[in-house]
Ligand binder design. Sequence first.
Ligand code: NAP
Length: 275
Amino acid sequence: MTDLYAVMGNPINHSKSPIIHSQFATQAKQDLVYSAMLVPTEGFEPAVKDFFKGSGRGLNITVPFKENAFQLADKLTPRAQTAQAVNTLAIQEDGSILGDNTDGAGLVRDLVMNQNVNLAGKTILVIGAGGAVRGILQPFLEEVPEKIVIVNRTVEKAQLLADNFKELGNIEAKTFEELDEPFDVIINGTSASLSGELPPISESVIGEHTSVYDMMYGKELTPFLKWAEQAGAAKVMDGLGMLVEQAAVSFEIWRGVKPDSQQVLAQLRAQLADK
Ligand SMILES: NC(=O)c1ccc[n+]([C@@H]2O[C@H](COP(=O)([O-])OP(=O)(O)OC[C@H]3O[C@@H](n4cnc5c(N)ncnc54)[C@H](OP(=O)(O)O)[C@@H]3O)[C@@H](O)[C@H]2O)c1
């Protein structure tokens, strides 16, 4: 029986995961089928249980089910435990379900390996305090930056995250108004670009050496990256690499093989440009 994998979410037809994982499988000569599954909002748990009863070996989980997957997993990796959200499920030999979160590791890989942006000793501004930001904080702090500052529209959420992660490194919350100095690296982890909006942020955070990353991606630069470029950022990067790298980490967890993410990233970038 061919091993089955899938991404579950709602909506799901935008997902690039089937393309990415099918390409990884071809490259790594792995016999598997990966599909996209639209799951009703109230039907997540039975859908997962049914999937793993058959030939299902692993799942990616996307909006809005990452917290449901965290609750459902029998065992959690430390990074999934800290993130309190799961984007990867894997069936174990004893039939139990392992939950992991590869978003943060994917972003660190994209920054460090693909973009040559190191985080060690750097000052980092993280904008947003939703699920994606929660998932990146532990992997970021493991890189030992000089400090991480979190800002968010809802200030209390940024403060809560800073409090939750302060044992792991130098991290604090600020308001947008308190930001008055340039950072080495800025990460936009808000969904503001989705609606063409910008977080209410001053250009003072951008210096001539600042590298700016938006977790969103598209055919063109996101509104945030356009803003950063105009403000004089040294480098701007979108989240397509994060998407491919978090998938590569999931693939390794399931199959024990490291795929060539560069090749897949280049293909996806070319497809986006053609649209
Ligand atoms: N590239 C990848 O692989 C990847 C992976 C994961 C996520 N993402 C992207 O990351 C983004 C965040 O995802 P998420 O799961 O963390 O979402 P989420 O949990 O819904 O959080 C959304 C965050 O954006 C903020 N926000 C929304 N609209 C805003 C606006 N107009 N101005 C300022 N702040 C705004 C929210 O602030 P409040 O708290 O004040 O509401 C919150 O901090 C999404 O765009 C998602 O597509 C990309």
